[in-house]
Design a protein around this ligand. Structure first.
Ligand code: NAD
Ligand code: TYD
Length: 371
């Protein structure tokens, strides 16, 4: 039986991971920590709270004393560290929070782990610190470059990816210098339930329902490698159980799409949903389908993101060879599940849109269109 501390548990991937872990390992105890920033949503893990194996703690990863207290009080033996500022566009308009949380916050997690697991009164305790990182630390690829491997040199281009790269280096240094038992995963773009609607896929889904523009940055030919969020959780699970200490593992699904192709695909799938369920036209009267138009009529090219990485692609051969990792979800099944989840859980995203988030996204869109 393991006692996990999952940071960022009320965020997109953290919440999905908590549900995955509680379902897969019902004997384990899971403590979910989250500062509930704009991206954190307590509602996302409400269902987990009815499970006595789960406890939610509202707190900040930069609070080292709180982390140490939790590690001791809950006899934590495994940290899965998701908490971060995660949106590239926000890192461009305001990098400071990314430095504070992603670098300072990860360092305070490492200091707490060292104090309790290595230097506490009981001596060295059994432990694992798993750090969740991104493929964005490797920089950008040309169209014919081979995908990123674990030995691709780091070349981060945005304040977000630079802050994640710095946190990866700190995790590595705590292993080499102090002997902290760490593993790191670098994963491609995730999609699925509970993703905050500033990210491409949920933004496009929701804007179609409201008949709002679908902003395509630049020429829309940038490429991302998309993975269903539960397949990320499965990869982390294998790394925690079987990964070699001090190693990094890539997680991805060989699923490269240009942004414009993915937006066109979502438009087509949404047109099919409207055609199959006539009530949707009444529920969403501003959607193009309700006016007899196609969803892709909303596509609007806007000014490119500064420093926009052209292509990300992951080579997960090491993770497959060492840990028998293989994504379960195909893109067709994953995107279908995701669309169904957003249609079935309007309350979840509508409450987010009612808050300040919508103002921020509208402003971003107006700025890009104007320039
Ligand atoms: P998210 O923004 O949806 O969630 C991040 C969570 O961290 C939020 O709930 C937020 O409240 C919490 N948080 C932020 N600052 C905090 C602090 N100081 N203390 C405690 N909690 C804090 O992000 P996500 O998409 O779920 O990403 C989770 C992790 O996975 C991040 O580390 C990200 O870099 C990594 N990752 C994301 C993707 C992706 O496609 N989304 C891909 C690869 C790796
Ligand atoms: P995003 O979901 O922000 O993830 P990341 O930047 O971490 O890859 O964006 C995915 C891609 O979609 C990225 O190339 C930027 C692009 N994009 C748009 O073209 N329009 C949008 O409105 C958004 C949010 C993203």
């Amino acid at each position: 039986m393991a006692n996990l501390l999952v940071t960022g548990a009320a965020g997109f991937i953290g919440a999905n991971f908590v549900y995955y872990w509680l379902d897969t390992y019902p004997g384990d105890r899971v403590i979910g920590l989250d500062a509930l920033t704009y991206a954190g949503n307590h509602e996302s893990i409400r269902s987990a709270e009815s499970n006595p194996a789960f406890r939610f703690v509202h707190g900040d990863i930069r609070d080292q004393a709180l982390i140490e207290k939790l590690l001791r009080e809950e006899k934590i033996d495994t940290i899965v560290h998701f908490a971060a500022e995660s949106h590239v566009d926000r890192s461009i308009s305001g990098p400071d929070a990314f430095i504070d949380t992603n670098i300072g916050g990860t360092h305070s997690m490492l200091k707490a782990a060292r104090a309790v697991w290595l230097d506490g009164p009981e001596g060295r305790l059994p432990h694992r610190f798993h750090h969740v990182s991104t493929d964005e630390v490797y920089g950008t690829l040309g169209p014919n470059d081979p995908p990123f491997t674990e030995s691709t040199p780091y070349a981060p281009n945005s304040p977000y990816s630079a802050s994640k790269a710095a946190s990866d280096h700190l995790v590595r240094a705590y292993h080499h210098t102090y002997g902290l038992e760490v593993t790191t995963s670098n994963c491609s773009n995730n999609y699925g339930p509970y993703q905050f609607p500033e990210k491409l896929i949920p933004l496009v889904l929701i804007n179609i329902l409201h008949g709002k523009a679908l902003p395509i940055y630049g020429d829309g030919k940038q490429i991302r490698d998309w993975l269903y969020v539960d397949d990320h959780a499965r990869g982390i699970d294998l790394i925690i159980k079987k990964g070699r200490l001090g190693e990094t593992y890539n997680i991805g699904g060989h699923n490269e799409w240009t942004n414009i192709d993915i937006v066109n695909l979502i438009c087509k799938l949404m047109d099919e949903r409207f055609a199959a369920d006539l009530q949707m036209k009444e529920k969403y009267p501003d959607a193009p389908a309700a006016r007899g138009e196609k969803a892709n009529s909303l596509i609007t090219y806007v000014k490119d993101r500064p420093g926009h990485d052209q292509r990300y692609a992951i080579d997960a051969a090491k993770t497959t060879a060492e840990l028998a990792y293989k994504p379960v979800e195909s893109f067709e099944t994953g995107i279908d599940k995701t669309i169904s989840w957003y249609l079935d859980n309007e309350g979840w995203w509508q409450r987010i849109l009612d808050g300040s988030y919508q103002e921020w996204i509208d402003q971003q869109y107006a700025d890009r269109k104007a320039s």
